[in-house]
Design a protein around this ligand. Structure first.
Ligand code: HEM
Length: 437
């Protein structure tokens, strides 16, 4: 047998490995990528780990060698405890069957039915922000996107109910990367578990109600969904999938919207072009699907936000079958992380990668098309984000209304530095002064 060579890198200090720098240093992966290249080893969250960067690496993980990797064996234990037996942590045939039951609630005719609700909730928030005048956008987008998610996914009717759930989800999310997962009530992880229990209690009630009286929300569609053999999701599965969809469905969208508003404020020429594009619709009443398809420049801007400010830092996997990449061998049992922001900053694909330049995605340039898996803000391959169409439609509706009718300026004395965990966001959340045009 030929000698196997592990990837370069360091396992760090005993026991802790490199967990601490991984969690606190936003440049942890960049520094090692510059030193070692597209594959390097480390020791993170108690396990030997291989980190992979770049489109070739992403293609292996997300597509060509997907059966070498397990999601359940990959995501840290906190995720398993807090997100339960949901799609996110399933593998193989079980995953394929459940994903097929969930997909119709997030695409096609179901998605088209969500447009009006997304727009109406957005318009209510715009009025509220107009009165408030000054606020922190990260917090406000979180409320807005959670209202949209809880109304469309669960059929939540009241603001009070949505606010309560939103706060519980924030506590749950904060526990995902808590380093000391003790379940004592005062630890971050203990608080997250308590929040999860309250969420489960609430969802158990909602599922029972929707089973009796189905409405138009995604949960009601999931209750009625059947596979080819007539199997449906059990009550326990419905609750687990609903927790996942609510969790995955708002924090990510919130961070992308926050960066969108920051970049637009920093680039008045981009803002003006995007406003000009909206002029064709002014005077029209409610947005239509057809109109949403006529905003190519806004689409370019959103792709550039996905590239430069992806919400998710990367994906975790467990290596279940040994594999090789660039001559290095990675054994079964290791943890794997594929890196998203660093893949989006490879200068051979995206020249001057730190520059915000929506024209990278113009029909003439299409920089992302040079190499598959160069733009992976929503993952890729057969397990690409289930909510991609939902999130893109929601962001477009919100952005279109902001561009048509409002202006905003960034307030002084705040930090706009990147914080990477749990989702990548500007440190102080982007405080702005907001006015009608
Ligand atoms: C801007 C918004 C969003 C971003 C950036 C985003 C990002 C991602 C990424 C990167 C993955 C793949 C993770 C991996 O490969 O390990 C993923 C998967 C997933 N996302 Fe999203 N997401 C967004 C919105 C949503 C929404 C709105 C929903 C649902 C309502 C959702 C539900 C899911 C689910 C269920 C999965 C797991 C899919 C599977 O394993 O088959 N996401 N998302």
């Amino acid at each position: 047998m030929k000698n196997k060579q592990f990837p370069p890198g360091s396992f760090g200090i005993p026991v802790l490995g490199e967990t601490l720098p991984f969690v606190v240093d936003p440049d942890f992966i960049t520094k090692r990528y510059e030193r070692y290249g597209s594959i390097f080893k480390s020791h993170i969250l108690g396990r030997p780990t291989v980190v992979m960067v770049g489109p070739e690496a992403a293609e292996i993980v997300l597509s060509s060698h997907i059966d070498h990797f397990s999601w359940r064996e990959g995501w840290p234990n906190n995720f398993k405890v807090l997100l339960g037996e949901s799609l996110f942590l399933m593998d193989g045939e079980e995953h394929r069957l459940k994903r097929r039951l969930i997909m119709p609630a997030m695409h096609g005719p179901a998605l088209a039915n969500y447009l009006n609700t997304m727009e109406n909730i957005t318009l209510n928030y715009l009025k509220k922000w107009e009165e408030q005048q000054e606020f922190t956008w990260f917090q406000e987008f979180k409320k807005l996107t959670f209202s949209i998610a809880s109304e469309l996914l669960l059929g939540t009717q009241t603001d009070a109910e949505s606010d309560r759930l939103s706060k519980l989800f924030t506590t749950l999310t904060n526990g995902l990367f808590a380093i000391n997962p003790l379940t004592l009530p005062f630890t971050q992880f203990g608080k997250a578990i308590a929040a999860r229990n309250q969420i489960l209690e609430h969802l158990t009630q909602v599922v029972k109600e929707r089973q009796k009286n189905p409405t138009k929300d995604a949960l009601s569609l999931l209750i009625q969904a059947r596979d080819e053999e007539g199997n449906s999701l059990s009550e326990k599965e419905l609750i687990a999938q609903a927790v996942l969809l609510l969790f995955a469905g708002h924090e990510t969208t919130t961070t992308m919207l926050t960066w969108l508003c920051l970049e637009l404020a920093l680039h008045p020429e981009v803002m003006q072009r995007a406003r000009d594009e909206q002029q064709q619709f002014v005077g029209n009443s409610a947005l239509t699907l057809e109109q949403l398809g006529q905003m190519p420049y806004l689409e370019q801007i959103l792709l550039e936000i996905e590239r430069l400010h992806p919400s998710v830092g990367g994906g975790f996997r467990g290596v279940i079958k040994e594999f090789e990449f660039q001559g290095f061998s990675v054994p079964a049992g290791w943890q794997l992380i594929y890196a998203i922001p660093e893949t989006h900053r490879i200068s051979e694909i995206y020249p001057q990668p730190e520059r915000f330049d929506p024209d990278r995605f113009s029909s003439q340039r299409q920089e992302q098309k040079q190499r598959p898996f160069s733009l992976i803000g929503f993952g890729g391959g057969p397990r690409i984000c289930v909510g991609i169409a939902f999130a893109k439609m929601e962001m477009k509706i919100i952005a279109a209304h902001l561009l048509r009718s409002y202006k905003w300026e960034i307030l002084p004395n705040q930090s706009l530095d990147n914080v990477r965990i749990p989702t990548i966001h500007p440190k102080d959340g982007l405080r702005v002064r907001f006015q009608p045009l």
